[in-house]
Design a protein around this ligand. Structure first.
Ligand code: PEP
Length: 263
């Protein structure tokens, strides 16, 4: 279903009217985690001023450590909905448990499946039936074939509104959090008709890598990028070191505007 063999034209996925697909360089930005109404609104306004058309923000956070901030849950979803009402930006947010799919879908415009859940087949089937577009992140130890098969689980439930997101894979390299597999973009676009975006924030894990990796994404023909922003990264409850602040964001926006997407 997701293969390009039976579907030669590349697909466009619309999220609350915002297209992601060939010819687009959709900028999705927002806080890694929803912390407070003020922080989320400020991050959204920064993102929007820089040209972002979709708002990201995690209410359910899958953290490596059980002692780390786990997200605000439904309260976070309510904050996202308020910020959407204020800014008009459709919401992309993660769902980590099949039992929460209905709840998260009642707030979200796009459901995100994170790297750690790429092969959580019960979750994939549940999001496939939720009637919302899905962003499927590549498992940090998954092959491209496994990633596409995970997308197939969603598609099998009748949902072809799937965006693939390359977010870095685990290699021997420790200088970055994960290694952004930039070649996965053209490879996945060749094998599948689904749009492919990259996440330079979670792959690099460091603010200064976000702009160069975004440039690379545009050069290689990615259909969009998803990035973390925070009004006060030094106070962030999650992944502050990778969050962009206003100045970086303006430079990133200029890059996205100036480098024309490959079609
Ligand atoms: C995220 O985007 O908030 C996230 C946790 O990303 P990943 O699943 O790629 O680690």
């Amino acid at each position: 279903l997701v293969s390009r063999e039976n579907h030669p034209d590349r697909s466009v996925v619309r999220v609350g009217g915002v297209p992601i697909g060939p010819g687009t360089m959709t900028l999705i930005a927002g806080p890694c985690a929803v912390e407070t109404p003020e922080q989320t609104l400020q991050a959204a306004q920064m993102a929007q001023a820089a040209g972002a058309t979709l708002l990201r923000g995690g209410a359910f956070k899958p953290r490596t450590s059980p002692y780390a901030f786990q997200g605000l849950g439904e309260k976070g979803l309510r904050i996202l909905a308020e910020v959407r009402a204020e800014t008009g930006m459709p919401i992309v947010t993660e769902v980590v448990d099949a039992h929460d799919v209905e709840l998260v879908s009642s707030y979200a415009d796009m459901l995100q499946v994170g790297t750690r859940n790429m092969q959580n087949f019960a979750l994939l089937q549940a999001v496939g039936g939720a009637g919302r577009p899905v962003m499927l992140k590549r498992g940090f130890n998954a092959t491209i074939e496994e990633w596409l098969m995970a997308a197939e689980y969603i598609a099998q439930r009748g949902n072809l509104d799937i965006v693939l997101c390359e977010r870095g894979i685990r290699t021997f390299e420790t200088a970055t959090r994960n290694t952004l597999d930039i070649s996965a973009v053209p490879v996945a676009q060749r094998l599948s008709h689904l749009p492919v975006i990259i996440d330079p924030s979670h792959s690099g894990g460091r603010r200064e890598l976000v702009l160069p990796l975004t440039r690379a994404a545009i050069a290689v023909g990615a259909d969009g990028v998803i990035i973390d922003v925070h009004p006060h990264p030094e106070e962030a409850l999650c992944d502050g070191p990778q969050a962009l602040v206003n100045g970086d964001l303006r430079e990133l926006a200029k890059t996205v505007r100036d480098l024309p997407p490959l079609v």
